[in-house]
Design a protein around this ligand. Structure first.
Ligand SMILES: NC(=O)c1ccc[n+]([C@@H]2O[C@H](COP(=O)([O-])OP(=O)(O)OC[C@H]3O[C@@H](n4cnc5c(N)ncnc54)[C@H](OP(=O)(O)O)[C@@H]3O)[C@@H](O)[C@H]2O)c1
Length: 316
């Protein structure tokens, strides 16, 4: 079969021929229809994801849409290197397959499921967001942040605040349903976060690093009832891998910090979320700008610059 193949962590994958996968017991052969080039896929192919073991070569790709030999259209996720979805065929554990209802095309689902899953697990499962509560999305301008805004609205959030760097993308976030937007680049960002998000119930955090330190200080410092529970869910670290967390923050406010990702969410939890989203996404109409690229152009797609909110999808 043809596949993308990573042979060096500092070079893009190359389109090449590799042996067909041989499914083991309880595995199903899937013909891949579309596979998203998510940040998780890039970090896996660069050997920098926290699950990476450094072994090469590997086929990149964490998830995808495919068709089984018996004709079912399915979504699958949670592939481990060296096995990946950027190939014509992949062997997937049977328990990881979720059958897809009609409603959205293969490429849109391949683009949207990973960012949607990040937001859904954080909002629905980690934070247990209730109708009428309010949400701050930190890093709202990317694919995942936009979906967090859409899914928070779907779950009945009363007020949604979107914070991010890019002014043009923030306008899109506003149109998608955010009640207020806060540019993380503004000189008075702390004051604006304190004004707009002081009493949020849930924060979905895609940035970490310095913007999280700033937002945590601004929000916890401005709460009208410091004992009211604030659930802060870390999902991504686009702005940095660490923060400094002042001890007093945890004493002066009732803030609960947790994370959501591979490991803290079990494979069964991931399959459960995908099953829920398979039905939900056609209703939500995910705001992802998709660029479909033939798999044979994987090396060029890897190097191309794409705007926030755009997701490249490789099509074998
Ligand atoms: N844990 C999980 O389950 C899970 C699942 C999916 C994704 N993620 C993580 O979530 C993050 C976002 O994913 P995505 O799919 O939305 O990626 P994306 O579409 O590429 O968007 C990247 C986002 O990060 C922002 N960003 C980049 N550098 C930044 C910085 N220095 N300061 C502030 N914001 C910055 C971008 O803002 P601009 O618009 O200003 O460029 C944009 O909003 C990634 O870290 C990804 O690995 C985690």
């Amino acid at each position: 079969m043809h596949a993308a193949l990573v042979t060096s962590f500092d070079r893009p994958p190359q389109y090449t021929e590799v042996p067909d996968p041989e499914p083991g017991p309880d595995e199903v052969l899937v013909h891949v229809l579309a596979a998203g080039l998510h940040p998780r896929v890039r970090s896996g192919a660069a050997g920098t994801h926290y699950t990476s073991d450094g072994a090469l070569p590997l086929v990149p790709g964490f998830d995808g849409v495919g068709r089984t030999e018996d004709g079912r259209r399915v979504f699958f996720a949670g592939l481990h290197a060296p096995r990946g979805s950027m190939a014509e065929l992949v062997a997937v554990p049977a328990g990881r397959l979720v059958e897809l209802p009609p409603g959205l095309d293969d490429v849109t689902i391949a683009a949207a499921m990973n960012p949607a899953m990040s937001a859904w697990l954080a909002l629905r499962h980690r934070a247990d967001l209730q109708p009428g509560e309010s949400v701050l999305v930190l890093g709202a301008t990317g694919n995942a942040g936009r979906l967090a805004v859409q899914l928070a609205r779907h779950l009945g959030a009363r007020r949604i605040v979107g914070a991010g760097r890019d002014a043009t993308s923030l306008e899109v976030v506003h149109r998608l349903g955010a009640d207020a937007i806060v540019p993380l680049t503004a000189d008075d960002v702390a004051e604006r976060l304190a004004r707009e998000a002081a009493d949020v119930d849930v924060v979905v955090d895609y940035v970490w690093g310095a913007p999280t330190e700033q937002a945590l200080a601004a929000v916890t410092g401005a709460r009208s009832d410091p004992a009211h529970l604030l659930r802060w869910v870390h999902v991504g670290a686009t702005a940095g891998p660490t923060i400094t967390l002042p001890a007093a923050t945890l004493r002066k406010t009732n803030v609960q910090v947790s994370g959501s990702g591979q490991g803290s969410v079990s494979p069964e939890g991931m399959v459960g979320a995908i099953t829920e989203l398979a039905t939900l996404l056609p209703q939500v109409r995910p705001a992802v700008d998709v660029v479909a690229v033939p798999l044979r152009e994987v090396a060029a797609a890897w190097e191309a610059r794409t705007a926030s909110g755009t997701r490249v999808v490789l099509v074998p």
